[in-house]
Design a binder for this molecule. Sequence first.
Ligand code: NAD
Ligand code: UD1
Length: 361
Amino acid sequence: MASTTRHVLVTGGAGYIGSHTLVELLAVSQSGPIKYVPVILDNLSNSCEGNDEAARIPESVKRVGELASWDPIFHQVDLCDIDAVRQVFSKYPFHSVIHFAGLKAVGESVAKPLRYYQVNLIGAMNLMQVMDEFNVRNIIFSSSATVYGTPEKLPIPEDHPVGNCTNPYGMTKFMIEKFLMDQCKAKPDFNAVILRYFNPVGAHSSGRIGEDPRGAPNNLMPYITQVAIGRRPFLSVFGSDYDTTDGTGVRDYIHVVDLANGHVAALKLFEREKPVGCAVYNLGTGQGCSVLEMVTAMREASKVEIAYKVVDRRAGDVASVYGDPSKAAEELGFKATKTLKDMCEDSWRWQQQNPQGFNCS
Ligand code: NAD
Ligand code: UD1
């Protein structure tokens, strides 16, 4: 069968979602008519330098290479350095870009708003500028359900109002979405797929790659697995008086491998004859899960009792957030298939096999 080769720039490819997406992208390349050649650009600000000094490949990427029998192409470049970005573009005939790179800690963005606006916005603007210069017309962008702010209705559809974000991180996502939409309007052959993730959790089933937060995790799943492994004494459950089934917060958790496959499905849009323009999709399961349901699911997966204490609500949290996944199902043919049990078992395997994550030196 004749195959088509597509060079894809993966910014932030050494990170949590980027590394899982690489695995799925390389898997479809082996079985399908399109051979994707991923090129990774990452400044390693939130990922681990390789333990193997000679190779200078980040540890997560090295492990992706092992899982997928692939020789990684990696450039340690900061998106804020536009000339370095240009140099990468000058080396490959890119067909598309998947843009994961950016800062993502909500609390830190409140404390350091300038840093978040600088890194996320200047990084995205430089990337779009260089794409324009090199005539690269297709981009997939990692957005977040955070752009919806406090939901006015559930499940949240893509046409729900956006922009009422409660923190600078969320504002950067909203603003980058707007840059992309304006660029699509200005250039009819420019295509942008904006993916609004709900709550990504889980890890690759091999246990070789997963989420590796620095310091105490802010998010629920990594906190729970660190309690289960004994790194933290107990989970603080932020509030039990919400208007939900058991009073604790409800979210739409999606397995990171499903999420990765959502990107593969989105890339296929660029193969259609009809221009994509600017398209927005929720990536979630459409199912809500409470904090206590997650604790129970993890106890069953790990066979470890998860100590927890109910404390006050966390500022800025809302009772329930879950998305309507039907547009992605209809237009991308994408549906999350992994269960809460898969999410917990895979997170636990990753945590057990890598108690200190990638063990950054
Ligand atoms: P991550 O921090 O694991 O990965 C991001 C990667 O980008 C890291 O490897 C980091 O080193 C790199 N990076 C950061 N700034 C850079 C820069 N200026 N130049 C080059 N590389 C840079 O994060 P993730 O969880 O994989 O998230 C990926 C994307 O998805 C982010 O844009 C994030 O905001 C978005 N997102 C994540 C979640 C989530 O819960 N993980 C939810 C919604 C949206
Ligand atoms: C958070 C971010 C959101 C981001 C998302 C990515 C905030 C306000 N929002 O969403 O912008 O896109 O992560 O995954 O930070 N919980 C506890 N104890 C904990 C941690 C969390 O009870 O130690 C509860 C929370 O109150 C919430 C649920 O668990 O009900 C999920 O929390 P978390 O994993 O932080 O995700 P979000 O708050 O949904």
